[in-house]
Design a binder for this molecule. Structure first.
Ligand SMILES: NC(=O)c1ccc[n+]([C@@H]2O[C@H](COP(=O)([O-])OP(=O)(O)OC[C@H]3O[C@@H](n4cnc5c(N)ncnc54)[C@H](OP(=O)(O)O)[C@@H]3O)[C@@H](O)[C@H]2O)c1
Length: 285
């Protein structure tokens, strides 16, 4: 395998994301072959220097092949009869970890080297350090740095998808928490822009707690060094009562309090907040 940073690459799938990937490879100087079911979508990339593969078989015969289609069923449909012996596939199509593991087993059985991946970025950021590209599966001996900040997470092909959903959970949870506070403050005439810097400061402060809390989770010991869960639960009651009194949505505050209450009922009230991992590790009620 070519170790150079400008090794030949192929991109299968020229939707919004695939086009951005191919363009970033071209810009970085990779000889780039492209293929798309609707061939006309390759026109602008060909004008920029890409080679249009006449067939899927021809496309796969090049170097590392990046696959970026709508979903995993499209990937299986496209590559089902393509002949994968000797190919190196990097599937950046979004999906879940089970689909990634199944597709890895399926591709490897056909003689392909298969990496699964996830793109945590929008097309316009591809090619910049801001674009986070996650890979899992065999350790790559090729360089996809032209696409953004690329991390290899481990041999298990499901890891990239798992990190992807973990990151999305973080993102939407933070945003929902911010929206809850914004709705509460709006009742007092405070606009979102006024609250945003305060919320940013709180979010950054909480982010700083993560390494210490992670240590407690990994050790399975949750001494109340800062605050006990039952103290936290009293503050959560204010959050619920205030939301109800203001007439804003109280679903999120109630969910937060209900999880803490369950952990307290299970005897964890004197321990520190990350003991709630036990609630997150099992199916909800
Ligand atoms: N766009 C984003 O912001 C973003 C961000 C992160 C991750 N992603 C992920 O990237 C992947 C592609 O997204 P996108 O935005 O590029 O979607 P898109 O613009 O809708 O493009 C979908 C691509 O899949 C191809 N395709 C679908 N079914 C096919 C089949 N059965 N056989 C062959 N080709 C097929 C389409 O070909 P035709 O052109 O012929 O229809 C097209 O190239 C998705 O998994 C998405 O979740 C996207």
């Amino acid at each position: 395998m070519n170790n150079e940073t400008t090794a030949p690459v192929t991109v299968l799938g020229l939707g919004l994301m695939g086009t951005a990937l191919a363009r970033a490879f071209l810009k970085a100087g990779h000889p780039t072959t492209v293929w798309n079911r609707t061939a006309a979508k390759a026109d602008s990339l060909v004008a920029e220097g890409a080679r249009l593969a006449p067939t899927i078989g021809d496309a796969l015969a090049g170097g590392v092949t990046i696959v970026c289609l709508t979903d995993y069923s499209a990937v299986r449909e496209l590559l089902g009869d393509a002949g994968l012996e000797g190919t190196t596939l990097v599937n950046l199509t979004s999906g879940d970890s089970a689909q990634a593991r199944e597709t890895a087993a399926w591709a490897e059985k056909q003689g392909a080297r298969y990496l699964d991946g996830a793109i945590m970025a929008i097309p316009s950021s591809i090619g910049t350090a801001e674009a986070v590209i996650l890979l899992s599966g065999p350790r790559p001996d090729f360089d996809l740095g032209a696409l953004g900040t690329v991390s290899h997470l481990g041999e298990d092909p499901g890891l990239a998808s798992l990190y992807d959903v973990a990151g999305l959970t973080m993102m939407w949870s933070v945003l929902n928490a911010w929206l809850q506070g914004t709705a509460m403050l709006k009742t007092a005439g405070v606009d979102a822009a006024t609250y945003a810097p305060f919320a940013q400061q709180i979010a950054a402060g909480v982010a700083g707690w993560l390494p210490g809390y992670a240590e407690q989770i990994d050790k399975g010991a949750f001494p109340a060094e800062v605050s006990a869960l039952e103290t936290d639960a009293r503050a959560m009651a204010h959050m619920v009562e205030e939301s109800e009194a203001l007439g804003v949505n109280a679903e999120l505050p109630k969910l937060i309090k209900a999880m803490a209450d369950r952990a307290i009922a299970a005897g964890h009230g004197g321990e520190q907040y990350p003991v709630l991992i036990r609630e997150f590790e099992r199916p909800g009620e």
